[in-house]
Design a protein. Structure first.
Length: 291
């Protein structure tokens, strides 16, 4: 398809419909009446975790008569081809993940792309999302935001990825494992500045929901307390630059700090943070000046 794409199957033989169903992110009672009806009437359900699906269905008192197949990160590519075959044969497929909307840091994207390419109608059953739920309770600006998913697991890769976002002006939303929360918050404080406002949202909509708001440095210290549960992090965007942007001005600011006894690496970091710039920008200016 080109130009004005649609989700209709065109004039060919009738196909099934692909339905992306949002699952509750915490309490089963947040499930909509439409989700209950869709689960009860589905022909094929592709679930990220079939056990969690059946537990949700039991909590909702919904009988599952559909064919249930596992659809997760490890079989997403192969299963997508299989499910498109079912759709082209005229059977409807409902995709559901453990929580939230399929495709948002969960399996779904490849199947949607394959279904669209095959001319299969794709629609969504809207509902809960940890991304927008955390955003609106964070107390940070909501008019412009970006979702960055899970930061890289390896320390070096994570530090570089966060450094690349240091000058991002929009509010940023991340997912993170509780096992890495303390290290990720420390890396965020190093990349964005310890004073950057943020919120750590834990167990959203569940019994022990908790939202911690404060500067990244303080949140990093708090996270040493072995935090548990599902975690979403919201970080304020970069402040307006203080004014320095010309390479010569940046080099002079670094040199002034070095003359005062600050190590060069630290001086570069301080100048970058003070001006809302990536450290790489300041580093490159210093290296170019030395040549």
């Amino acid at each position: 398809m080109t130009g004005n794409e649609t989700s209709t199957a065109g004039t060919g033989p009738a196909t099934g419909n692909l339905l992306l169903a949002a699952a509750p992110i915490g309490r089963p009672e947040d499930a909509s009446a439409r989700l209950r009806a869709a689960l009860a009437g589905a022909e094929i359900i592709a679930a990220e975790d079939t056990r969690r699906l059946r537990r949700l269905a039991a909590d909702l008192d919904v009988p599952i008569a559909a064919k249930v197949v596992a659809y997760h990160d490890h079989n997403e590519r192969a299963r997508a081809e299989e499910l498109v075959g079912e759709l082209l044969a005229g059977r409807d497929v409902l995709v559901i993940t453990d929580a939230g909307l399929p495709g948002v840091s969960d399996p779904g994207y490849r199947l949607v792309r394959a279904a669209v390419a095959a001319g299969v109608p794709v629609t969504a059953l809207p509902g809960p999302s940890a991304v927008t739920t955390a955003l609106v309770v964070s107390g940070l600006p909501t008019d412009r935001f970006c979702f960055e998913g899970f930061p890289p697991r390896k320390p070096g890769e994570r530090a570089r990825a966060l450094e690349a976002l240091a000058a991002e002006p929009r509010t940023m939303v991340f997912f993170e494992s509780p096992r890495r929360l303390d290290r990720t918050l420390a890396d965020m404080a190093a990349a964005f500045g310890a004073d950057r406002p943020a919120a750590v949202c834990r167990e959203l909509t569940k019994t022990y929901e908790e939202v911690r708001r404060g500067p990244l440095g303080e949140l990093a210290d708090w996270a040493d307390e072995n935090v548990r549960g599902e975690i979403t992090i919201v970080v304020g965007g970069a402040p307006e630059p203080a004014g320095l942007s010309e390479p010569a001005d940046l080099v002079a600011a670094v040199a002034a700090r070095e003359e005062a006894g600050t190590p060069r690496k630290q001086a570069i970091s301080e100048v970058a943070k003070a001006n809302g710039l990536p450290k790489r920008t300041v580093y490159d200016a210093v290296v170019a000046a030395r040549k």
